[in-house]
Design a binder for this molecule. Structure first.
Ligand code: ADP
Length: 524
């Protein structure tokens, strides 16, 4: 059976072999077994329903909440000579009716529809009469209330579909692999455990990098200079950052596009089209840009500053390398980014519990910027990915050959300082005390009389801060979350203090670049 499907893969799509998971999914669906495919972005989910759709008789119905992608999908099938169409609200009523008539005549192998289509009696009437090969739920995490993008209208069509007797097999596809989402989808669509094909989250073609202490604009200019013919996205945390960077780069004659929610819809559409068609291959954007962007040749995603959490980071960075080619995901980090994100959380309309949750997620993001483990493994660990993973060998932590130094003594000094400060202060005040700073707030709290005051005066405040963040990232020190997270000792800290545990750190080049003050006017 699988041989026949490989033939379809070759003849229609021109690919030599299946990617991990594809064969397993395709075999099940062709045997009319309900199946859930969990694959990372760019893993090749479309092939998973396109090959069985071609192997089986009848029309495949693909339900997708992303209207913007339907036309592209249909166009690429048509280009391969496969009859396909879509129906959604972007079409005139006449056009919708004419396509419905063609569907009723069984003219298509694939039809793409939005969930709302199932609220139309006319549509239900037509699909009851035709031969259906399969029904696929694309972006299936949207039907789960545990998904990050739950759409109730997506879930509510499941009972309607179950009353349509001529659907031989259901399949669901998603890149969101949390356990709750998976079991929710399984339950809704009656998918057994052995028919969940989960290839994990790993994106083997992405190389993650953290860049600290560099002037961001100069770094980006130098990077673009070296990657002239490549397409990439530069994400900024605010519209203002996007505007400024756009002006800086375009005034130097670099062809860039810009996209954020403060622009008119027309200007946004134009910018998106110019980017997609490689007229302007570099996009500077806020997180408003991205959902439903399917550009396969994005070679790099640069984050101008640290985003709010790992979920958004992985989703945005993951827009690089959808074609499977090696691509870079670079995060430019400066300690001020933490303040900026806290400001954005505080300013949001979330209630206190939700804000607290955001602070916890923010801490995991900050830890990512300070961890010394493989960055890929850190992300997979964050998502509790079960697939076997080892050091990626591509990220900045794997590649940079830094010297490992024993910093146990410094760690003990930091930990005892935290203790002596009553575990009531955050990173920056602790660094100031250890530095022996003459800060007014420090004196107001009478912290200069502590025995740990000035204990690390040989270091710069930045170096001390870096070491404190490192201890937190290594879980040798805890933080109590909130607007002003305070440092607390934990069981591991005690082991370090008692000399039962040594602490080693790769001494990264200490940031020396100019401090940029892009964020200052935000707080005015
Ligand atoms: P996803 O929907 O999982 O993000 P896509 O279905 O868009 O991914 O596929 C990503 C890219 O990989 C596309 O360019 C697709 O043509 C390509 N692709 C998919 N399967 C294969 C395969 N077996 N061999 C080579 N390329 C593939």
């Amino acid at each position: 059976m699988i041989l026949e499907q490989e033939k379809i893969l070759k003849t229609y799509f021109g690919y030599e072999s299946f990617r991990p998971g594809q064969g397993e999914v395709i075999e099940r669906v062709t045997n009319t077994t309900n199946t859930l495919a969990v694959m990372p972005t760019g893993g090749g989910k479309s092939i998973c329903y396109q090959v069985p759709g071609l192997a089986l008789d009848g029309t495949a119905i693909i339900i997708s909440p992303l209207i913007s992608l339907m036309k592209d999908q249909v166009d690429s099938l048509l280009a391969l000579g496969i009859p396909a169409t879509f129906i959604n609200s972007s079409l005139s009523t006449e056009e919708q009716e004419s396509r419905m008539n063609e569907i009723a005549d069984g003219r298509y192998k694939f039809i793409y529809v939005a969930p709302e289509r199932f609220e139309s009696n006319g549509f239900i009437h037509v699909i009851r009469r035709i031969k259906i090969s399969l029904v696929a739920f694309d972006e299936a995490h949207c039907i789960s209330q545990w998904g990050h993008d739950f759409r109730p209208s997506y879930r509510s069509i499941v009972p309607t579909l179950k009353q349509i007797r001529n659907i031989p097999v259901y399949m669901a596809l998603t890149a969101t692999a949390t356990e709750e989402v998976i079991s929710d989808i399984q339950e809704l669509l009656h998918i057994d455990n052995q028919n969940v094909i989960n290839t994990g989250f790993a994106r083997d073609n992405l190389a993650f990098h953290i860049v600290k202490g560099k002037d961001r604009t100069s770094y980006i200019r130098a990077f673009l200079e070296e990657h002239q013919d490549e397409s990439g996205i530069i994400y900024t945390a605010t519209r203002k950052q996007a505007d400024t960077l756009y002006d800086q780069l375009s005034s130097r004659g670099i062809e860039v596009a810009k996209y954020h929610a403060g622009m008119s819809e027309h200007a946004r559409k134009q910018a998106q089209a110019a980017f997609i068609h490689d007229e302007k291959p570099i996009m500077i954007a806020t997180n408003a840009f991205g959902m439903g962007i399917d550009k396969s040749n994005v070679r790099y995603v640069i984050h101008y500053s640290m985003p709010m959490n790992i979920e958004s980071y992985y989703q945005e960075a993951g827009r690089a390398g959808r074609d499977g080619e090696a691509s870079d995901c670079i995060l430019l980090f400066s300690p001020q980014d933490i303040q900026l994100q806290k400001f954005l959380i505080e300013r949001s309309l979330m209630d206190d519990a939700a804000k607290q949750n955001e602070y916890t997620k923010l801490q995991a993001m900050v830890n990512y910027c300070h961890t010394q483990v493989c960055l890929s493994s850190y992300i997979l660990g964050y998502f509790k990915d079960k697939s076997p993973h080892k050091n990626c060998g591509r990220c900045s932590n794997c590649v940079e050959k830094l010297e490992k130094t024993d910093i146990t003594e410094e760690a003990q000094m930091i930990l005892s300082c935290v203790k002596r400060m009553g575990e009531r202060f955050g990173v920056s005040m602790t660094a100031k005390v250890l530095k022996g700073s003459n800060d007014k707030k420090l004196r107001d709290f009478r912290l200069q009389s502590l025995s740990t005051y000035g204990l690390l005066s040989a270091y710069t405040e930045k170096e001390i801060t870096e070491r404190i963040h490192f201890l937190v990232a290594e879980q040798l020190l805890s933080t109590e979350q909130g607007k002003f997270p305070t440092l607390k000792l934990n069981q591991h800290s005690v082991e370090v203090l008692k000399g039962q545990r040594t602490v080693e750190m790769y001494t990264a080049p200490i940031p020396t670049g100019e401090e940029d003050d892009y964020y200052k006017d935000l707080f005015e």
